[in-house]
Ligand binder design. Sequence first.
Ligand SMILES: Nc1ncnc2c1ncn2[C@@H]1O[C@H](COP(=O)(O)O)[C@@H](OP(=O)(O)O)[C@H]1O
Ligand SMILES: [Mg+2]
Length: 343
Amino acid sequence: MSVSAPVIIRLLASSVSVASRAGKIVRDVMSKGELGIVEKGKDDYQTEADRSAERCIIDSLSRQYPKARIIGEEDSSPNENEVSPEWIVLDADKEVLGLECPASLKGVKEEDIVVWVDPLDGTSEYTQGALMLKRDPWERWKMYLSHPFISMKWYLSLLQSNFGFLEHVTVLIGISVNDKPVGGVIHQPYFKNQAGSEVKMGRTIWGLSEAGVGGFTPAPPPESIIITTTRSHSNPVVEKALQVMNAAQILRVGGAGYKLLEGKASVYVFASPGCKKWDTCAPEAVLSAAGGKLTDILGNFYKYGANEPKPNKTGVLAAVNDELHSYALNRIPQDLKDALANK
Ligand SMILES: Nc1ncnc2c1ncn2[C@@H]1O[C@H](COP(=O)(O)O)[C@@H](OP(=O)(O)O)[C@H]1O
Ligand SMILES: [Mg+2]
């Protein structure tokens, strides 16, 4: 790799490469069918794919950027014995390496960087996708019984979903400097690239502050207001904030990363604690590089320094441009903002 490129460019290029490898781990664990689900907290689960993909990303990046602070959702400590050599990725994406570094980022030093890693965003959708991959109804029913967190209502909605929820899964690597997300990578392991009769799995999107985005073409916002929000973590306050938006449509999809990519919505509203810094760092970087804005429900930016609290206690409000962000912010009732702020 060119050592002459500024560190922020090299790190973003390395993150693009390692995110694809982590995406393959996510698919491989699913193919084996042994998810190793662990309940971390209420409505919060971890699988073998989360753990292995995180080790792949953190070990690969920390070997190359030892002075950067790298924080992962699964909080697993580096242990050389656990890491398969095949998981270590030391190459870097050539397109990103060739980018002109914005003047404001040229002087960034490795020790100024904090990286937020969500190895598998949309874990609920991933585990539910596993259930649906069981084609034998009896096998599926047995697996459902071993997933105590999936209600019968969800099970029936899954049966009608045409197995689509795996597309909501993403791998997120967010790069922050001085508290701000400046670079982001969102990899979709289950995105289908159709080339003739051949289907190749996986797509990687990146964004860099003042440089733009790559890996996809952002669609112009729809004429009417289309909102996206959580599929699996709603509550009455989340619903109230959606009702006041006067939206033509509400799309309920999984994962913070996918909400910014599914392409149809222009605003993401989530008036609840629950998302963490690793959920929003990469999406915020990509969104702002594309001209959008992500804040909490009160309109304040989150800070991404290493010592900042991990939970995004005051929710998420994101939009593809400033005008739509202001529209949504002004519609949220003050009492709801106050209630979240004082929680
Ligand atoms: N009430 C809650 N409890 C736990 N995690 C929550 C949550 N609300 C949101 N999240 C986390 O925020 C991310 C986006 O949530 P959602 O899919 O509901 O929109 C998910 O990340 P993970 O899938 O990486 O855990 C999810 O777990
Ligand atoms: Mg997440």
